[in-house]
Design a protein. Structure first.
Length: 658
């Protein structure tokens, strides 16, 4: 039996600590690693150790009572959305960790939503109950935000201290001391509540199975294999979401959690059926010793060393088969559906590549989660000449590892922009570039302003030059009108300018429009009409008319009430209800226009339009505004006029820059 499960949830919910406890309790490790010591299996990158948080999905293969479980420990920070979505693409189910103390958070809901879109069965593990929190209040929150949850475990207390769990589905209770588990009695004062929860769980399960429901309504006792099968089917079909209780730190409920994973969650064959091998690259990492390592999920079929798979780029041979365990690759003699494999020196494999044998699979056969656009830009500057020479190759490696980053050359400002999903995401990208031997500095990007006109104007541009022999002559009369988009019209009659110069004149206008008359920003939103002019039989040329058109454009634009435009972005902010007032006040101070509000689960959503200049560093402000529980997305909307007092300052600053 194989299970492949993505462990996801908000940052700080204890996923990596739980993974360590699972590795230790199943004998995969002799000693449990600790996040704060940098000794965990799945947080093995230098960046993870430095920041003491998961930044790359780590693979933890477990063997438990003859069964194999591949646990994919994904980052919790939304900054690392590419890693989170890659882990969910590679899994057959999602195990969502929720801190009892913190409750449902932005990362909880985001991971849940992606898993839902991928059609993954889901279950919840409540962690950190030893740190505090009201378990029963949390269950209500989970029910209201996530849907039909099924609380399998209840906490067992002794003297007000959490010491174990009560499994209401199987009718067992466990007490833990120094990591050792022993069966326990349910305290008399808890028996009524346990019975009530057991009845609720039983009824929720039988309601998903017509045959069992009929027996139940007729008064028959529903237990045993039939109930367990109905439970598994309900979870597999996404009708119910089991809730378990575990602590990686105190090793409470760790092995019962594994048992529940095997019992409730689907196998690869249940999800993908049988057939020839089908796999997908869900992650790529550059290793200093092994080169580029591609991580594959085998959805169906079997592989042996020496087998080959087909891809869009050609054939891929696998001389050896390796199972990843953190940074290590463990060689195996065979792989079957559900396996996660690591392929070293795989320079030809890229994230998202599909690999197969036999007939090429249809696109819907392979799980796919679209990556959202990154929302935090920084201008990237290599520190020295050596860094500049190596930058291109280093950036290629970086984007190969993390396609959720975006690189852009900003034409208006000439800057090289790196877009990421947050401050930590960009910090680790910078550190990764340093790993490749390239040092860079980040700065706040310049805003790509534009210019436009607000009234109609017209005038002449004349270029006349005599240098001995043939001279240069071009004469263009130009009219500019405000328009929603660029337009060009040739209104020459009577042959005052031969039509053969039309293309050169338009080229001159376009070239001049690259730098407006206010501050040298590109000009948009105008229609150019050439309505008169003159030419010389000998001295006129394409170049002369191009220059004349350029002169005409600059002269006429200056008369057409030029104004400065700024990019306006649609901003979507997710925040706890009690923090919405602070978010709204801040957006108004940023010249934002509130478009509306709605509710998404436990979070409020604010929609607004805000100038880009005001939100370039919004990622620094939002945590303080929302108590660390907020998130946002940015999407370009349109250009709008800059208020005159701000425009004057921008023009002055631009002039000082030279």
């Amino acid at each position: 039996m194989i299970r492949t499960v993505a462990l996801v949830g908000h940052a700080g919910s204890g996923k990596t600590t739980l993974t360590e406890a699972l590795l230790y309790k199943t004998g995969a490790k002799e000693r449990r690693g600790r996040v704060e010591e940098g000794t965990t299996t799945t947080d093995y990158t230098p960046e993870a150790k430095l920041h003491r948080t998961t930044v790359r999905t780590g693979v933890a293969p477990l063997l438990f009572r003859g069964h194999r479980v591949f646990l994919l420990d994904a980052p919790g920070y939304g900054d690392f959305v590419g890693e989170i979505r890659g882990a969910l693409e590679a899994a057959d189910a999602a195990l969502v960790a929720v801190s009892a103390e913190a409750g449902v958070q932005v990362g909880t809901e985001r991971a849940w939503t992606v898993a839902e879109r991928l059609g993954l069965p889901r279950m919840v593990v409540v962690t950190k109950l030893d740190k505090g929190g009201d378990y029963y209040a949390l269950l209500e929150d989970l029910r209201s935000t996530l849907g039909p949850i099924l609380p399998i475990d209840l906490p067992l207390y002794e003297g007000g201290k959490w010491v174990g769990l009560i499994d209401v589905f199987h009718g067992k209770a466990y007490r833990y001391e120094n990591g050792e588990e022993r069966e326990a009695e349910v305290p008399p004062e808890e028996r009524e509540r346990v019975q009530r929860f057991r009845q609720e769980v039983l009824e929720a399960i039988v309601e998903t199975d017509e045959g069992l429901l009929e027996k139940y309504l007729e008064g028959e006792e529903v237990t045993g294999e039939a109930l367990e099968k109905a439970f598994h089917e309900a979870v597999r079909r996404g009708l119910l979401y089991p809730v378990a209780l575990a602590s990686g730190e105190r090793e409470i409920g760790v092995l019962p959690l594994l048992e529940l994973i095997l019992e409730a969650l689907p196998s690869p064959t249940e999800r993908f059926g049988d057939g020839p091998p089908l796999a997908k690259v869900f992650k790529v990492q550059v290793d200093p010793f092994m080169g580029q390592v591609a991580y594959l999920r085998l959805y169906r079929g079997r592989l042996k060393p020496g087998d080959s798979l087909q891809s869009e780029a050609g054939q891929v041979r696998l001389p050896h088969l390796y199972v990843p365990m953190g940074k290590d690759l463990l060689e195996v003699e065979e792989a079957e559906a559900g396996f996660v494999l690591g392929v070293p020196k795989a320079e030809g494999l890229h994230r998202g590549m599909v690999l197969w044998q036999g007939e090429k699979p249809e696109s819907e056969e392979v799980p796919f989660a679209r990556l959202p656009d990154p929302n935090v830009p920084v201008a990237l500057h290599p520190k020295g000449r050596t860094d500049e020479a190596r930058l291109g190759e280093a950036l290629r490696k970086l984007l190969e590892e993390d396609p959720s980053l975006k690189l852009e050359r900003q034409e208006e400002t000439g800057e090289l922009l790196l877009w990421g999903h947050g401050e930590l995401h960009l910090a680790t990208a910078k550190e990764r570039l340093q790993d490749y031997g390239v040092e860079v500095e980040f700065s706040v990007p310049k805003v790509p302003y534009r210019e436009t006109i607000k009234k109609v104007a017209e005038g002449q541009g004349k270029y006349k030059k005599q240098t001995g022999g043939h001279g240069q002559y071009g004469d263009v009369w130009l009219r500019l009108e405000p328009a929603s988009e660029y337009g060009f019209e040739w209104r020459i009659t009577g042959g005052v300018i031969p039509s053969k110069y039309q293309e050169a004149i338009e080229e001159g206008i376009k070239e001049a429009a690259k730098k407006g008359v206010l501050a040298g920003f590109p000009v948009m939103g105008f229609k150019a009409i050439v309505y008169n002019g003159s030419y010389h039989e000998v001295d006129s040329s394409d170049l002369a008319f191009q220059i004349a058109a350029s002169l005409a454009f600059k002269k006429v634009m200056a008369e057409a009430h030029p104004v400065l435009l700024e990019p306006i972005y649609r901003l979507k902010v997710l925040a706890p209800q009690e923090r919405v007032g602070d978010v709204l006040s801040d957006l108004q101070a940023r010249r934002g226009r509130i478009l509306g509000m709605e509710q998404e689960g436990a979070l409020s959503v604010v929609h607004a339009e805000v100038p880009l200049a005001e939100v370039l560093e919004y990622y620094k402000a939002l945590p303080g505004l929302t108590g660390g529980a907020g998130a946002y997305t940015l999407e370009f909307s349109h250009y709008a006029e800059v208020p005159p007092h701000l425009a004057q300052r921008i023009v002055q600053e631009r002039a000082q820059e030279g």
